[in-house]
Design a protein around this ligand. Structure first.
Ligand code: R5P
Length: 284
């Protein structure tokens, strides 16, 4: 079946790279925002009978991005596409993956259900907050970037991989396995009402080591800055950070510059630290 990759202005680089990796044609869609904030999309490519993969970054302006995806899905359906997939490297709303407090929604399910109901047959996301969120959604796949990350840390002299909380421990384990080194985790708590982060002292072996902290998201930087402080107080020699999705709210970059030696992120969100190209994770 003929394959076409569609992309918009948020994702030109990714769209073109992905298309060349999977031997597909690449076409930019027309996308405009009206003065009242409503959006317009138009697909001018002939996608009838084709397998269409829409590549788009949903951050920043994730709510606008989600509406753009919904409009695009209807447009390609109207043109008679045979199969439709999405590549959304940073999946927003994924952190609300359960009802932490009574009366809350399971936001990630809302988003995934919208995609399914609009006919999305396959979805690629990168390092989603909890891979389990995709269970039960056939064809929805979490791409893991840890092999790309491992190449960067091969030369550290005495590395150990640490996750800032137990929820990311599996990431530390996977990266540590690639590097053939030890891994551990810190005990983070987040106040569900204020959002404030704190750590409980947990004795782990980082003295004299080059620590690699791995997490999925850096938002305010509070998690990484807190973790780095704790690891330094335990005698870590250097603190290297790798996170897939670097949102970097407010003064996050300034706080991180003071707290850690180096930050590396993927280009799922574009920014100063975008280093790993997530289009390399698409192979089919
Ligand atoms: C939460 O569980 C995530 O994995 C990240 O640790 C969190 O989103 C980071 O947020 P912040 O940078 O605001 O601490």
């Amino acid at each position: 079946m003929r394959r076409i990759v569609l992309y918009d202005e948020s994702s030109r680089d990714l769209g073109i790279n992905v298309a060349s990796r999977i031997n597909a044609e690449a076409k930019e869609i027309t996308h405009k925002v009206f003065p009242d904030g409503e959006q317009y999309v138009r697909v001018e490519a002939n996608v009838g009978g084709s397998d269409v993969l829409y590549v788009t970054r949903l951050y920043p302006n994730q709510d606008q991005g989600l509406i753009r995806v919904m409009l695009l899905l209807d447009a390609v359906k109207g043109l008679g596409a045979s199969r439709v997939g999405l590549f959304i490297p940073y999946m927003p709303y994924a952190r609300q993956d359960r009802r932490f407090l009574e009366g809350e929604p399971v936001s990630i399910n809302v988003m995934l259900n919208v995609f399914k109901n609009l006919g999305v047959e396959y979805l690629y996301v990168v390092d989603i907050h909890k891979p389990q969120s995709l269970e039960g959604y056939q064809g929805f796949i979490n791409l893991k970037p840890f092999k790309l990350y491992a190449r960067e840390f091969k030369n550290l002299s005495n590395p150990v991989v640490v996750s800032p909380d137990s929820g990311s421990l599996w990431r530390a384990e996977e990266l540590a396995r690639e590097l053939g080194v030890e891994y551990d985790y810190l005990e983070k708590h987040r106040d569900r009402y204020s959002g404030e982060v704190s750590f409980t002292l947990r004795s782990i072996n980082v003295k004299g080591k080059d620590v690699v902290i791995i997490d999925d998201i850096i938002s305010t930087g509070g998690t990484i800055v807190g973790a780095a402080g704790m690891l330094r107080s335990m005698g870590a020699t250097s603190i290297n950070v790798v996170a897939t999705h670097c949102i970097m709210i407010g003064d996050a970059e300034a706080k991180l510059t003071k707290a850690v030696d180096k930050v590396r992120c993927s280009n799922s969100i574009l920014g100063k630290y975008s280093q790993f190209d997530v289009s390399q994770l698409i192979n089919q």
